[in-house]
Design a protein around this ligand. Structure first.
Ligand code: HEC
Length: 169
């Protein structure tokens, strides 16, 4: 009994402190973990041909918060949900070209970006987003391609979602 009483407040404290620490900028504030292949979940068939860029093969990894919304398309993405698409040159997904990342933001945080953060990274995880054209190009295509069911879920394009009639530019 004594243990329970002393541990409970600590458990509460870590629930409060951990998300705050995760938001702090610093050397550990990585765009996505280096070991995403094992610490995140691969959320669609490995190494499929992208609908977005012909001749690019993709793998999509998601963090725990994004897994259920992406795979069931039934629950909303909570803030902090993140999806990473790794793009490759070859059908075995050995030759990495770059990454794109979507991260769900809090309500009202970036209404102009439809409450997502949209970024592109090189193979070393350095940011490559070209602010002259991005995220507008990302958003335009995702709105057209997967803006609403059955084509997509909250601007993501899960596996199996049909192509919109007429396609997207
Ligand atoms: C020409 C259309 C198009 C453009 C432009 C585009 N995407 Fe996508 N994106 C897609 C499609 C279609 C998918 C579904 C997977 C696939 O077939 O590649 C996708 C998948 C993704 C995924 C994996 C999660 C999901 O929705 O399936 C992320 C993350 C992503 N895109 C981020 C971005 C970012 C960031 C940009 C801009 C830098 C961008 N995309 C630009 C069409 C596009």
């Amino acid at each position: 009994m004594l243990h329970r009483h002393t541990l409970a407040p600590l458990a509460h404290l870590s629930l409060l402190v951990l998300p705050l620490m995760a938001g702090c900028p610093g050397p550990s504030d990585e765009p996505f973990p280096a070991d995403y292949e094992t610490s995140w979940t691969e959320a669609r068939t490995r190494c499929t041909l992208s609908h977005d860029h012909e001749l690019r093969y993709i793998r999509v990894f998601v963090n725990d918060l994004a897994l259920e919304p992406y795979t069931t398309q039934d629950v909303r993405y909570p803030p902090g949900a993140a999806l990473l698409k790794a793009e490759y040159d070859d059908p075995d997904c050995t030759s990495l070209i770059d990454y794109v990342l979507m991260e769900r933001l809090g309500p009202g945080e970036a209404p102009e970006n439809l409450e997502w953060r949209w970024e592109r990274y090189d193979t070393e995880r350095n940011i490559m987003t070209d602010r002259r054209f991005e995220p507008e190009t990302c958003i335009n295509c995702h709105v057209c391609h997967c803006g609403a069911p059955p084509y997509g879920w909250q601007l993501t394009c899960p596996e199996g979602a049909p192509e919109p009639d007429g396609g997207c530019i």
